[in-house]
Design a protein around this ligand. Structure first.
Ligand code: ZN
Length: 437
């Protein structure tokens, strides 16, 4: 039996284990915010992987954004050394999930298996991917204990809120340094036949316009900050949105609509604060003296962050030229530069070959419209050989009745295990004896 058939048979044999592991992970409600049960899920992963010969470290991102004694940001990193020195393949999954939201017909933390699908918040994004990478790694180390190099699996916090208490912290501590890790696969739900090379850039900013408070019956005595903001939105509609729609990227971004530059007005608030829920009176009559807007600008690898900022500045300059009392403050909140791993990077070519072997079709290369933890591995870790590859349908992420297909997980596990063989055994014409399990 060649190694491929052996791997596939062993993964098939562990299908029930894969299902049970996914269900267990879903049943730990790691909601973020606020960051519930992070220690619990890290301990669960530690207990599992320690019995498979992994050295396991629990790392709290002390002092990181979001970390507190009430909600500590725990991460787990497990490393299994091979029999010889060599390169390290690291699977990184985030353990946090987003809020449940409404309209579920399944228990969001029940992990129910129904007709080949496992349901729950985080099923596809991305506890299914985490479970898949664990099964792939366990099968690999069990069948090929003589491998060269190392396999690592991490479960990290806070990806859904920026990853600062997770991958960013680990990268700062050297966990993704090129001398420690050479290949990174992030099992986000991009589909079992797609390799995600990177993501667009992000620029978040808060814009505040100012006015002058006055009695609402005599608005001419004040200056309305909301009307100033209205002028900004109007100018955006006239000049900025059409200009962004014209910018197209050569990055293979999916879905198609995200191949252009985009801007979302994330929120806007003008005038007095919203009253408490138990306040039953009327508002008072005031001219708003402040209006705040949060901008979420996603940009392309062909664009420079300076130009992204200059476009907004130009909108503000135009409004200023037309409105005498226009005053504003523009504050950058957050930025992430676009990143894209080269198609001929070793991890890309390896996983592409494995997809061809298992799925029987060439891998599709995609780029994500939004960012994920690759940004920290790239920027802080300085590691360019990183992709997202994992089972599941991205469109289901964050939605009600999120699920992961068992068949997709099994296929993806085969792709991941083959990728480990190709990288850590050096060639793919290996025959094996009986598994040493
Ligand atoms: Zn995710």
């Amino acid at each position: 039996m060649d190694y491929g058939a052996k791997l596939d048979a062993e993964i098939e044999a562990r299908r029930d284990d894969l299902i049970a592991l996914t269900q267990d992970l879903i049943r730990i409600p790691t909601l973020n915010p606020p960051g519930d049960c992070y220690l619990e899920i890290c301990e669960y992963l530690r207990d599992r992987l320690a019995t498979k010969g992994f050295d396991v470290q629990l790392v709290r991102a002390e002092g990181a954004i979001g970390d507190s004694d009430k909600y500590p940001r725990w991460n787990v990193v497990a490393r299994r050394e091979g029999a010889h020195s060599g390169e390290c393949v690291h699977f990184n999954s985030h353990t946090d999930v987003v809020e449940v939201g409404r309209d579920w017909t399944y228990d969001p933390f029940g992990g129910e298996l129904d007709d080949g699908k496992i349901y729950g918040r985080g099923a596809c994004d991305m506890k299914g991917g985490l479970a898949t990478s664990i099964i792939a790694a366990e099968v690999f180390v069990d069948l090929f204990p003589e491998f060269s190099g190392a396999v690592e699996i991490s479960g990290t916090a806070d990806e859904e809120s920026g990853g600062y208490g997770g991958v960013a912290y680990l990268a700062e501590k050297g966990f993704f340094a090129p001398e420690r890790v050479q290949h990174v696969i992030i099992p986000e739900p991009l589909n079992k036949d797609r390799i995600c090379l990177g993501h667009r850039g992000v620029w978040w900013a808060e814009l505040e316009t100012f006015g002058e408070i006055a009695h609402g019956s005599m608005p001419f005595l004040g200056d309305c900050a909301v009307r100033h903001m209205g002028a900004v939105v109007h100018e955006m509609e006239q000049s900025l949105f059409p200009a962004l729609a014209e910018k197209r990227t050569d990055m293979p971004v999916v879905p198609e609509g995200a191949k252009q530059s985009t801007l979302n007005i994330n929120s806007m608030h003008g005038g007095m604060e919203e009253p408490e829920a138990d306040y039953t009176g009327y508002p008072s009559a005031c001219v708003p003296d402040s209006c705040r807007m949060v901008l979420d600008r996603r940009f392309l690898i062909e664009e420079d962050i300076k130009d992204v900022q200059a476009e907004i500045q130009s909108v503000l300059d135009k409004v200023k030229a037309e409105r005498d009392t226009f005053r504003y403050d523009l504050r950058e909140m957050h930025r992430v530069l676009p990143t894209m791993t080269e198609k001929d990077a070793p991890v890309v070519t390896t996983v592409a070959e494995a997809i061809q072997d298992i799925i029987g079709a060439p891998a599709e290369y995609v780029v994500s419209p939004g960012t994920y933890d690759q940004k920290h591995i790239d920027r802080i870790g300085k590691l360019k050989n990183c992709i997202a590859y994992g089972p599941g349908i991205l469109d289901l992420a964050h939605k009600p009745d999120e699920y992961i297909g068992v068949e997709d997980m099994v296929d993806s596990a085969k792709v991941m295990a083959r990728s480990l063989v190709k990288i850590l055994l050096g060639h793919d014409e290996i025959t094996v004896g009986e598994p040493k399990i």
